[in-house]
Each structure stands twice: as structure tokens, then as C-alpha cells.
Design a protein around this ligand. Structure first.
Ligand code: HPA
Ligand code: ZN
Length: 328
């Protein structure tokens, strides 16, 4: 499974930080965040809401563009080792200079420098999707959307929303999504992970997104599943994340198999891999075991993911050649 070329569409950059990397930064900066780690060095959290707190505590160690340059390299190294050839990663101006446009540009330069280096040395391509954070509220989301709009282009290709799905409603963020849309950015939103089918409906209807982060709880309403399939809305499914956070007890019990069989465009990603003890290679392995998915299914998923990627046509053509070479 490691060798199969993979396209990942849902990865939070800071959520890809290996715990040892964060501990190293904490040591350098004399920050005491020892409470967020288990004795074995892994991240410690009890549920999704506690995970968000631990995540934000880890982010306090990321304080300048150089930290993000090194983080990006570390994350891409892990992804490339799993066979990922293209990664669309959520970037948060909230954690990169507190949504100040000037600072954001500097962080972005450092992230792009790492991306260029990784492309040269590991053959992995990175693109960014700027995300606002739902529980930080609509006001801050507007500042984030302005950062996204001002830096939209060949690298920043999309805009989305992450964070606590239970806070507010998608329509509270409409100004931000309209701002991003008008700047030419493609749109995705986290929904249907902690919210039920109605949260997926609201994201599609009120924000006009073409992809949904997770969306798996659409399975609780088959009419919605059929609508998603018909409209061609793409789901960024992160099975290992859902199992780690207790939404489903096992991979076998995860609805990705049913969604795929019913004609939904499903893609596979890791979300926050070290937090959830996963990698893209492990996701593929677990899906292979749970649903007997073979290389043919994974080739279909890679193709679906490439079609749903927010990057430009030239980049897609190059990636398509890599997928075809592997099929042959
Ligand atoms: N879900 C929602 N918000 C997030 C996540 C996640 O997995 N990671 C970082 N922010
Ligand atoms: Zn996510």
C-alpha cells in the first residue's frame, strides 16, 4: 500500500506535527506544555473538544515563519514516505501571525520555500487551503478570508472552515465564503462529523461548497447521500480520524464503504495523522482489510481525488501522468 501513489485533500498542517517536533520547539522556547503528552510521548486528549485544546496548545510553540518552514518539511516527509504525491493542506492564518496580512505573507513564503524543497527532493506537491476556525467566530473568520483572498493564486487554491462544528451555523460564515469565492478560491467546509445530515445540507446549501470535510454522517439520511452523489459533491473522508475520535468503533463499522458503493465521490485523508496514530499508508491498509478494497478501488479513489483537487490544470496533468505510470 505504501507504493500506491496517493492524493491527500484533508490534512491540517499543524495537525501533522510530530509530537517530538513540538516538544523540541517547546524546549527551545522554554514553554511548559508537558500536559499535552502521554508518558510514551504521544499527544494526550480525551475527546474531540479536548483534542482542539491540545491542538491549540501545541500551536503555541509555532511562533515564526522558520518554525512553519521546518514544520512543513517534517509533515511532507511523512506524507511522501506514505506514497503521497500531492497534498492539499489546511493552513490557518490564526496560527500564522494572528491573521495579520503582512505576517501571513511572511509565513506563507516560508511554507512555500519548504514546499519547493520537498517537491525537488521528495517529489511531493503541496497546495494550501486557507481555513478559518469556527469556534473563533465569524469576525475572525472575516480577517482570515481577507488573508486568503489577498494571497489567492497558484499556491493558495481554496478556502474552508475547521474547528468546532457545534458552534454557530454555516451561514454565519457566508461573508467569508463569499469573499473567498470572489477571489477565485474553491470551497470546502467541515460538516457531518459532529453534526448530523442537516449540517451537511446546510454547508452545501448555505455556503455553496463543492467539497465537504468528513460528511460521513450523511449516511444517516440516504436521500441526502443520493443528493450528494447526484450533485457530485466530494467527501474528504478521514476514517482513521473518525475511529480515533470514537464516531465509529472500527474501520469495518465506518460508512465509507457504503458511501462508495452508493456512488458518492469519496476521497481518503488523514486529518491530523500523529494525533490519530495514522498515516496515509495505514489508512489504505485498514481500508484494504476492512472492505477488501484492492488496487483498482484505490486507483479510482486517487483519480476522484485528483479531479476534486483545487490546483490548476497543468499541475493536475503532471499528477495524472504519475498516476497513469503507476497503473501501467
Ligand atoms: N477537525 C476540526 N478542526 C480541526 C481539526 C479537525 O480534525 N484539526 C484541526 N482543526
Ligand atoms: Zn479536519
Amino acid at each position: 500500500m505504501k507504493k500506491l501513489p496517493k492524493i491527500e485533500l484533508h490534512l491540517h498542517l499543524e495537525g501533522g506535527a510530530p509530537p517530538a517536533f513540538i516538544r523540541g520547539l517547546a524546549r527551545d522556547k522554554k514553554l511548559d506544555i508537558s500536559g499535552i503528552f502521554n508518558e510514551d510521548g504521544s499527544y494526550r486528549f480525551t475527546d474531540f473538544w479536548n483534542f482542539l485544546k491540545v491542538y491549540e496548545a501545541a500551536c503555541t510553540t509555532l511562533q515564526n515563519p522558520e518554525d512553519f518552514r521546518r514544520l512543513t518539511l517534517a509533515v511532507l516527509e511523512e506524507s511522501a514516505a506514505s506514497g503521497v504525491i500531492y497534498s492539499e493542506t489546511f493552513l490557518s492564518p490564526d496560527f500564522c501571525g494572528g491573521r495579520d496580512l503582512g505576517a501571513w505573507r511572511e509565513y506563507l513564503l516560508a511554507i512555500r520555500e519548504a514546499a519547493d524543497e520537498a517537491e525537488r527532493s521528495m517529489g511531493i506537491t503541496l497546495r494550501g487551503v486557507v481555513t478559518c476556525i469556527r469556534h473563533f467566530g465569524p469576525e475572525k473568520a472575516r480577517e482570515t478570508a481577507l488573508c486568503a483572498a489577498e494571497t489567492a493564486g497558484d499556491f493558495i487554491t481554496g478556502f474552508g472552515i475547521a474547528g468546532d462544528e457545534k458552534v454557530g451555523a454555516p451561514k454565519d460564515y457566508l461573508w467569508s465564503f463569499d469573499c473567498a469565492r470572489e477571489a477565485g478560491l474553491r470551497l470546502t467546509a467541515h460538516a457531518g462529523e459532529w453534526g448530523g445530515p442537516d449540517s451537511v445540507r446546510a454547508a452545501i446549501r448555505d455556503l455553496g461548497v463543492e467539497r465537504i470535510g468528513h460528511g460521513v454522517r450523511a449516511i444517516e439520511d440516504l436521500a441526502l447521500v443520493d443528493e450528494i452523489a447526484e450533485r457530485g459533491v466530494v467527501l474528504e473522508v478521514c476514517p482513521g480520524s473518525n475511529v480515533a475520535l470514537g464516531i465509529y468503533p472500527t474501520f469495518r463499522a465506518h460508512p465509507i464503504g457504503q458511501l462508495y458503493d452508493r456512488g458518492v465521490k469519496v476521497t481518503v485523508s488523514t486529518d491530523d495523522p500523529p494525533f490519530f496514530h495514522t498515516t496515509m499508508a495505514r489508512e489504505y491498509d485498514m481500508l484494504n482489510r476492512a472492505f477488501d478494497w484492492d488496487e483498482g478501488v484505490f486507483a479510482t479513489i486517487a483519480r476522484t481525488s485528483l479531479d476534486a483537487a483545487f490546483c490548476d490544470a497543468d499541475t493536475k496533468a503532471k499528477l495524472a501522468r504519475k498516476l497513469e505510470a503507476a497503473d501501467a
